[in-house]
Design a protein around this ligand. Structure first.
Ligand code: ZN
Length: 335
């Protein structure tokens, strides 16, 4: 019997669940709202009910090898406890893994959402031809994940991949992590809106002024940049330079073959990527020596460093979460 896994993206607003075959085929997908205000008991109950519905659909035709859950926040991988999550207030030191396992009787793996997104892109997305990649997820904040030789790199205590907090501005904007000038303060959706407000406060002439009272968003700034607004263009140039600086340092340190940029702000690729490529070329001689201006390889040289947008969008996390139990099950299969 063929086997499949269930991948779950447990977000603060949406709860998405997918059944994924061992070959990476999406079998089916369902979603519901995360009603955080009704408490974690209710949310986990709904999650299990929807998961059980999916499982019943394949009962008898395929074997469920496990459930992977991606969630934002600090996770104790070994115990499966969610230590804390910015999206799920009140879920402190909560045994998410144990709770779902008790209710459904199936093994569960809990993992950080940015890590599973990186694993999904490495398995089936922009990095599918590579064993290792580094992914930047540009959303409300900047998340990150490292996949090395097909596996998530967690670091010695599970906290690796916090590349949104590498420094791109020694005296820059304060960050909630306690440092200042972090990449997150220049390349997240929140940062784009803040930089627009700063420009407005300085009295700069920009089409963004009509959104000053309401409706100012990273998307509005992007659309204004594409229409030629100087201030909006400058903001995205800052996004690109900051990312280029961070990626250039990463290239020099770990020399991975591919760097993938996902999350909502990655949709503004056309506005920020020219500055990104220009900056990374200046900051990394390794990159400059092996890669052409558009991020692709130089003719005749096979080993080029690639920087490209993510391919799977919001589904990357679902695929990556499902990949975790599938990898475990493959490792234990008798040969
Ligand atoms: Zn920070």
């Amino acid at each position: 019997m063929r086997s499949y896994a269930i991948g779950i993206d447990l977000g603060g607003t949406n709860l998405r669940i997918a059944a994924v075959g061992e070959d990476g085929k999406l079998l089916s997908k369902t979603g519901l709202k995360t009603q955080v205000w009704l408490g974690r008991e209710h949310v986990i109950g709904e999650l299990c009910r929807a998961t059980e519905e999916l499982r019943l659909r394949y009962a008898g035709s395929a074997e469920l090898c496990g459930i992977g859950v991606g969630v934002a926040g600090l996770i104790d991988i070994e115990s499966g406890y969610l230590v804390e999550s910015p999206n799920l207030p009140g879920w402190i030191d909560y045994d998410v893994k144990g709770d779902i396992e008790r209710r459904l009787g199936t093994p569960v793996i809990l993992e950080n959402d940015a890590n599973v997104a990186a694993l999904g892109e490495q398995w089936l997305g922009a990095g599918r031809n590579y064993e290792s990649l580094c992914m930047y997820t540009l959303g409300t904040g900047v998340g990150g994940g490292l996949v090395l030789n097909g596996k998530i790199w967690r670091g010695w205590n599970g906290m690796a991949g916090e590349i949104g907090h590498c420094n791109v501005e020694p005296n820059g904007h304060p960050c909630k992590c306690g440092s200042w000038g972090c990449l997150e303060q220049y390349a997240s959706a929140t940062a784009v809106v803040r930089m627009a407000r700063e420009a407005l406060a300085r009295g700069e002439e920009t089409a963004l002024r009509k959104f000053a009272e309401q409706g100012l968003s990273a998307r509005v700034v992007f659309l204004s940049a594409m229409r030629g607004d100087t201030v909006a263009k400058r903001i995205f140039e800052r996004v690109g330079r900051s990312l280029g600086l961070a990626i250039g340092n990463m290239v020099n340190a770990v020399n991975l073959p591919i760097y993938v940029i996902g999350g909502g702000v990655s949709g503004a690729w056309d506005a920020f990527s020219p500055a990104l490529f220009d900056e990374v070329r200046k900051r990394s001689f390794i990159y400059a020596a092996t890669t052409a201006k558009d991020g692709q390889g130089i003719d005749g040289r096979k080993r080029s460093t690639v920087i490209k947008p993510a391919l799977l969008g919001g589904n990357g996390g679902l695929y990556g979460a499902a990949r975790l139990p599938l990898m475990l099950s493959a490792a234990f299969k008798p040969t």
